[in-house]
Design a protein around this ligand. Structure first.
Ligand code: BEZ
Ligand code: FE
Length: 590
């Protein structure tokens, strides 16, 4: 089963014909009595009539890309009229201004969109200052209520309806290949695609076709929900790049690029979307938007963009799809699980190469990186574990395993410094063997999930010294130090002595260290002691206890810290520290 996370968008949606008539009731529902109305007179006059005595002030100067000086003027109006909520009616500019006001004031927002933009459903705000656009994401700007009134879209000119509709369609399409897609966004994206692709040609033929307008607005709502729920990818990246660099119009850029990005991603229906866009009265090439080949020559996706400049039918990479399928088919004879793992790996890797437009040089670099990781790996230096750890993969696998046993102590990554079969050591021993450091007395208990003691559990312990090194990293240390194997007593207890562990850098003189350096990350782990607890009939628990208040708890370089594993190493009256902790392990059938 594939895991996923999905959070429902908490916005209230009112959809239908003539729903603008509910504006007053919806405003009162939010407890509003002094509303600022944002939007051009074309729609706002009617909204003002519906609001009646709830209307405290109007602001008509919302502008594209939400300039901050406009927001400042609107905020003055908010203050002067003691406003308690914002109603925005119109396109992305009105919505953007309402969100910007909410960012500064936390006022509730009620949005009445008259286009298919979808931004009314997200917690993203883009603003411009001195010609520079910045984007931020915060729940503060998420509107409380959205009223979709089909009647308001009947007058939207066909070219704008088409461009705005394809912009919405792009949200749904990106949700199909988003890395964080989930069953809910799959459903939303499929339905949004169906509604929008069927509605747009009908609108082009008859802009006041109420059924077509209804489908398009419903599609836009569902697509906007996708936009909010998953991360946007290559398509949005390219649109923002071109929009920012060359000032291209937002919706039209989406409309032109969509089929090319779809083909690039290997989506089957790229040709259909190209035909759909071709049938609509909108620009069909980046050249029509004023771009030349010279403008995009240095962009990493130049091949894709070159086709979009000409507006020629996008060259789908069918050969790639066939190639991927051929490789996947080659695993047909493998045992089930191996076939599943290898097929998905190949599809993911091919998709990665396609999505990122991977170059030969980049792939050779990656192979060189792995080769260097292999060369530096020895029995006591495991670069591939470090790579898995620093990319967070070890912690992902760990969370997947641990989330199946929620009643037990959380697990944590094994790390590369575990040595099998540590020396059997009697309880009460000092495993620091005289090494300098703050003395630590531990009092550990091991229980099952019913709090019954687990006697005779084998507990392997390992940790770093005061300078942050493990014994295997120190050529001058002979034999195991700061690592031992204990057994719990009849009460499931274990006491031993050691020293308080320190923060330490993971080995950073190899390719993984170069990677951390290249991306500006530090190589440190928060101070911790490792435990591995095993007993026949129980699930083995591999975990770590972190010193509360220690360094790097928030930025552990292997993403290994979990709240339930941060423990007070308390001051001991006679000096040194104490560690008291109960590990809960589960029976292997639980
Ligand atoms: C460790 O805690 O020993 C460790 C874990 C992951 C990478 C490097 C070290
Ligand atoms: Fe460690």
């Amino acid at each position: 089963m594939t895991s996923f996370t999905y959070a429902a968008n908490p916005v209230r949606v009112v959809f239908g014909r003539g729903t603008l008539g509910t504006l007053g009731d919806e405003a009162r529902r939010l407890g509003l009595s002094r509303v600022l109305l944002v939007g051009s007179p074309r729609y706002a006059d009617t909204a003002a009539d519906v609001l009646g005595p709830l209307l405290a002030a109007r602001f008509e100067d919302a502008a594209m890309h939400t300039p901050v000086d406009v927001t400042e003027r609107a905020l003055k109006v908010v203050a002067e009229h003691d406003v308690d909520g914002v109603v925005a009616i119109g396109g992305g500019s009105a919505t953007g201004l309402a969100k910007a006001i909410a960012l500064h004031t936390d006022l509730p927002q009620l949005i009445v969109p008259t286009t298919y933009a979808g931004s009314e459903l997200t917690e993203v705000l883009g603003q411009t200052a001195d010609g520079r656009k910045t984007t931020q994401k915060t729940p503060k700007v998420r509107p409380e209520t959205v009223i979709y009134d089909v009647d308001l879209t009947l007058g939207l000119p066909v070219p704008f309806s088409a461009a705005s509709g394809l912009n919405a369609l792009a949200h749904a399409v990106e949700a199909r290949y988003a890395p964080d897609a989930n069953p809910m966004t799959d459903l939303l994206a499929a339905e949004a695609t169906k509604l929008l692709t069927s509605a747009l040609p009908r609108i082009a033929e008859n802009p006041s076709d109420v059924d077509a307008r209804t489908d398009a607005l419903r599609g836009a709502w569902l697509a906007g929900t996708c936009l909010d729920a998953v991360s946007m990818g290559l398509h949005h990246k390219l649109c923002h790049l071109l929009g920012g660099k060359f000032g291209l119009p937002h919706a039209e850029t989406h409309a032109v690029l969509l089929p090319y990005v779809m083909a690039h991603q290997g989506l089957d229906d790229a040709g259909e979307i190209f035909d759909l866009a071709a049938s609509l009265p909108i620009p069909h090439s980046l050249a029509e938007l004023g771009l030349t080949e010279a403008d995009i020559a240095d962009e990493p996706e130049a091949a894709l963009l070159r086709q979009a400049i000409d507006g020629t039918r996008p060259a789908a990479p069918p050969s790639l799809k066939a190639l991927t399928n051929q490789v996947v088919d080659s695993f047909a004879g493998a045992p089930d699980r191996i076939r599943e793992l290898l097929s998905d790996l190949v599809q993911t890797l091919h998709g990665y190469a396609i999505r990122t437009d991977l170059t030969q040089d980049e792939w050779e670099y990656a192979i060189g990186f792995l080769t260097r990781a292999g060369h530096i790996t020895t029995d006591t230096r495991q670069e591939f574990i470090l790579l898995s750890d620093t990319l967070g993969v070890s912690s992902v696998v760990d969370v997947l395993t641990n989330s199946r046993t929620p009643d037990t102590t959380p697990s944590a990554v094994l790390g590369p410094f575990y040595v099998e079969g540590p020396p059997e050591t009697p309880q009460g021993a000092d495993i620091a063997a005289g090494l300098p450091g703050t003395p630590l007395w531990t009092d550990i208990r091991v229980t099952d999930t019913e709090d019954r003691p687990v006697p005779e559990a084998v507990v392997d312990v390992w940790q770093s010294n005061e300078d942050g090194f493990y014994d295997v990293q120190l050529p001058e240390v002979d034999g195991p130090v700061l690592r031992a194997r204990f057994r719990t007593d009849a009460e499931g207890r274990l006491r031993f002595r050691t020293i308080v562990p320190s923060a330490y850098p993971i080995p950073s003189d190899g390719p993984v260290g170069q990677m951390l350096d290249a991306v500006g990350r530090h190589p440190y782990r928060a101070p911790h002691v490792h435990f591995m607890i095993a007993k026949p009939g129980y699930r083995t628990l591999i975990t770590q206890l972190f010193v509360a208040g220690g360094e790097y708890l928030d930025s552990d370089t292997v993403f290994g810290v979990k709240d339930g594993l941060i423990v007070d190493f308390t001051e001991r009256p006679g000096g040194g520290r104490r560690l008291d902790f109960t590990f809960r392990i589960s029976g292997s059938s639980e």
